[in-house]
Structures are given as C-alpha cells and as structure tokens.
Design a protein around this ligand. Structure first.
Ligand code: NAP
Ligand code: MG
Length: 485
C-alpha cells in the first residue's frame, strides 16, 4: 500500500504525483526511510482549494441520505482494508499493529456514526412576540474546511474532521503531520474507492509552518479544524488573516484523582493504560496522579509492578506489544528531560527510566513511574507526551481538586472512587471538558469532546462535532390570514 502513496497528493479526486517529493518519512522503530512525501507548492495548494470550492455546492446540495450512503461506504472500505492500513500507520508512527488496527476500526465507526448524524440535522421553529411571525432556524454547511492534524492518532484525528465536515455538507483540504502522512493518504485512497465525488476530499502534505500556514492565511478557507499543540493553536488563531470559524483541539495536562474509597486494582489498571498507551503520546494521557494518603504506598507498589510488566517492542514485528516506538526524537527527549527534572527535585523512580535493552536504534523508552512529585516539577505542570507519570499523595479532596485544577489546561481528568458523594463533588469541581469516572476512556464518538482554557475551543465527536461545520440561518417570515379564511 505504501508504494502507491509515495510522493502523492490528493487533488480533485486523483492521487497525483507531487511536484516536489523531497521530504523523507522514516520508521521511528528503525530509523529507516519508508518513503517520501511532497512539499506541496503554492500552485498545488491553490489547485486543492479550487477543487474543494468547486465540489462544495453540489456536495452540500445532495440529500443528507445520499451523503450518509457515501460515508457508510467509506466506513466499509476502510474496515475491509484495516490490516494493510494499520501496517502503514505502524511503519510511520510506531504504535503496535494491533493498536493501529483498533484505531482504523474506530475510524470506520466514526464514518458510520456521522453517516447517521448527517440525516438528523434538525432545525427549530421559534415563537415571536406576535402570532403573525414565524422564526425558523435552519442549519447550513460552512463551506471549505482546512483540517490540520498531528501525528499521534493519524487516522482518528483526520477522521473526526473528515466525517463531521462531510456529514454537514462541507468539503475539506487536509494537511496531515509531516511525520505521519501516509495514513492520511491511505484514507484519501479509500475516499476514492468509496466513490466520494472528486474534490470533496483533498490532501496536501508538507511542513506545517509552510503548507499549514498557507491554509490558515488563505481567504478561500471558511473554517479551520486543528488538532495539535497549544503553542501552534494560538499561533494559528493569531495569524489568520480573514475571519474564519475555528475548532482548536490542543494540548492537555490531565490529572487522575484516586480517593480513599477507590477500587485500588481498577485505579492501577486505569492509570497504567492511560499513562502508557501509545507511549503516553495522547492529549488525554494521565500526566499526574493524586492518591489518597491511606492508599498511596500500595498504589505505588502496584503501579510500578504493572509498568514493569508491560512489553515494549517493534510494533510491526510484535503486533501485540503494549508499547511500540515513540513517534520521533522530540517527545522522547522531553520525557527524559521531565524525568531528570523530577529526580533533581527529589522524586523517587519506581519503574522504567531508561530505554529497553536491545533497542539501540529507534525511539524506545520503558514505561516510567515517579513518586513523591510536587508542582515544582515539570512532570506535574507541563504536558510530557511520553510514557511517564508523576504521582503524589493528598490528604483532603479540596487539596486534590486544587492541585488537579492548578494548570492552564482543561482537556480531560480522571477520578477513581466508589463513594457517590465523592464522585459528585469531584466531577463538578474539576475544571475540564471531560471527566472520566472509574474508567479512562474520556472520549467516545457519541458524546462531545473538547477542551477548556488553553486546551482549545469547540468540540469534536457527537452531534456537536458535526454542528461545528454548520452555520445557523434564521428565517423570519410574516404571515397574513389567507383571504376567505
Ligand atoms: P503541532 O506541532 O502543534 O502540530 C500539529 C499540526 O500543525 C501538524 O500538522 C503540523 O505540521 C501543523 N503545523 C505546525 N505549525 C503550523 C503552522 N504555523 N500553521 C499551520 N499548521 C502548522 O502538534 P504535534 O506535535 O503534531 O502533536 C502533539 C500535540 O497535539 C500535543 O500538544 C497534543 O496534546 C496535541 N493533541 C491534542 C488533541 C486534542 O484532541 N485536544 C489530540 C491529539 C493531540 P508538521 O508537523 O507537519 O510541521
Ligand atoms: Mg510538532
């Protein structure tokens, strides 16, 4: 599959060769080059935008049911080729094949979810001050969307935007992260196979600072749907040169609170899953854990042992591994930096702290647990985006809440507790867009997902994730009593 995608862009329904295919893409597990992508030229960007603009009115004019059928077909062709698509993802991103396959299947589910949502775009009739008027509110697609996506979930983060936009009746130009472009191009190929009309989906590749920036500044874009760091999100908000709708899904620094009533084993299992899955390279990763002092040492012992039991391997050779390679040197270096800073400030290393043996090449690191952490340490106050978690004890719930909310981020938070009063108190007090209680899956496709504060604006998932691609139109009509009534 990779060979057919090498050096391609998706413009006007064709996977066409890029004019400047000079950016190498490497496997993070081996460092070997797996292909090249194009550095999209300004002519290619213009061509993609023009094609999305031409396709917009006809696509928006289709009956919702017809758009739904396209999305269902897309979900089916993606699911049918999940194995090959998963291998593409593993080769560029590093996550084990089974995990990559799970992500592809979730992408297929997203296609089906938004296919169904497409047929449920309801309006509203609003009473006026006098009975001779009707106010009708209808929803219309915004227009041409630019989707700019990161490398950690190369399929789902494209999919949420693609499916929400297409369901609403928008067309799209996607700029995937430079280091994981082939998963996006594989999705583009599936759009062709599913018979999605030409121009509805376009993909341009290249550096964010050039190709992404060109989309941000283009007056032919009606909406930007961005997932990435808070730094780049803020830069995008500042550098748009015309008024555009924006959805910004940004960074996180997510806390977990384990109260004295918690099921300890469940809390440990949840902590390990959400701290280390995808090597912690997930915006809703558990970065820091606050544990009731009575459970603290037992929790640490169990989490350390669980972390030590996880397997780290080349995810292509060992599809079932718990952790594969990290996606690039950048998050690996930050992980090491946060670890060193924590230890310097007096934290206790309980598990990991080094690369697994026998992995001289590639960006590998053992899942790492550090205890006795304080907010003097980067690990508790910054997003690491790596397989490391900091743990600290607390004495009162209010202390745990204050520490959990002591951040500029507001994406997701986690609570493990059995006591209903504790659960209610904590879930209301946590200043986050998502609170997961006794589980660590803070985002599901059926419910709105979004951050507060520096974690972003707008929502993906759920009906809200489609309405982000729609404008409201208020039609106010005056009626008269018909003659002869
Ligand atoms: P990033 O550096 O912000 O990049 C994200 C995307 O923006 C990439 O496609 C990048 O292109 C592009 N980009 C960079 N500079 C740009 C510019 N000036 N104009 C337009 N586009 C530009 O983020 P990342 O390192 O890929 O991803 C990690 C971050 O994403 C973390 O902070 C994580 O928390 C966040 N994230 C958030 C969510 C969420 O739902 N809230 C989900 C996943 C990840 P290139 O990379 O090709 O240069
Ligand atoms: Mg980056």
């Amino acid at each position: 599959m990779l060979d057919d995608l090498d050096g391609r862009l998706l413009i006007d329904g064709q996977l066409c060769p890029a004019e400047a295919p000079d950016i190498p893409v490497c496997d993070p597990a081996t460092g070997e080059q797996i292909g090249v992508i194009g550095h999209a030229t300004s002519q290619e960007i213009e061509a993609a935008l023009a094609s999305a603009r031409r396709a917009f009115r006809p696509w928006a004019a289709l009956a919702p049911k017809a758009r739904a059928e396209h999305l269902h077909r897309l979900g089916n062709v993606i699911a049918a080729d999940a194995d090959a698509m998963a291998r593409v993802m593993t080769q560029e991103q590093g996550k084990p094949v089974n995990e990559a396959r799970g992500e592809i299947m979730k992408l297929a589910e997203t296609c089906h979810f938004y296919a169904e949502e497409a047929t449920r775009v309801h309006g509203e009739t609003i009473p006026n001050d006098t009975t001779d008027f009707d106010s009708t509110v209808i929803r219309e697609p915004i227009g041409v969307v630019a989707a700019i996506t990161p490398w950690n979930y190369p399929a789902e983060l494209v999919g949420w935007k693609l499916c929400g936009a297409l369901a609403a009746g928008c067309t799209i130009v996607i700029k995937p992260a430079e280091i994981t472009p082939f998963t996006a191009l594989a999705i583009g190929r599936k759009c062709i196979e599913a018979g999605i009309p030409q121009g509805v989906v376009n993909i341009v590749t290249g550096p964010g600072s050039v190709v992404g920036q060109a989309l941000v500044e283009h007056t032919g874009i009606d909406k930007i749907a961005f997932t990435g760091s808070s730094k780049v999100g803020l830069h995008i908000q500042r550098s748009a040169t015309s008024v555009k709708r924006m959805t910004l899904e940004l960074g996180g620094n997510c806390p977990m609170i384990v109260t004295k009533s918690a099921d300890l084993a469940a809390a440990v299992q949840g902590a390990a899953r959400r701290s280390f899955r995808n090597c912690g390279q997930i915006c809703i990763a558990v970065n820091r854990i606050y544990v009731a002092r009575t459970l603290y040492e037992d929790f640490l012992t169990a989490l350390g042992a669980t972390a030590d039991g996880l397997t780290v391997a080349n995810g292509l050779e060992n599809p079932k591994a718990d952790l594969g390679a990290m996606a690039s040197a950048e998050p690996l270096n930050k992980t090491k930096e946060h670890l060193a800073d924590a230890l310097e400030h007096g934290a206790r290393l309980l598990a990991g702290g080094h690369a697994p043996e026998g992995f001289e090449k590639g960006y590998f690191f053992r899942p790492t647990v550090v205890a006795d952490c304080t907010h003097e340490m980067q690990i508790m106050t910054e997003e690491t985006f790596g397989p490391i978690v900091g743990v600290a004890p607390f004495d009162t719930l209010d202390e745990a809440i204050a520490k959990a909310n002591d951040t500029t981020y507001g994406l997701a938070s986690y609570v493990f507790a059995k006591d209903a009063d504790e659960i209610r108190y904590l879930s209301r007090a946590l200043d986050y867009g998502n609170v997961a209680v006794n589980n660590v899956d803070a985002g599901i496709i059926n419910a709105p997902y979004g951050g507060r504060k520096q974690s972003g604006v707008g929502y993906e998932h759920g009906r809200e994730g489609m309405l982000e691609y729609m404008n409201f139109k208020h039609i106010r009509t005056r009626f008269e009593v018909p003659e002869g009534a």
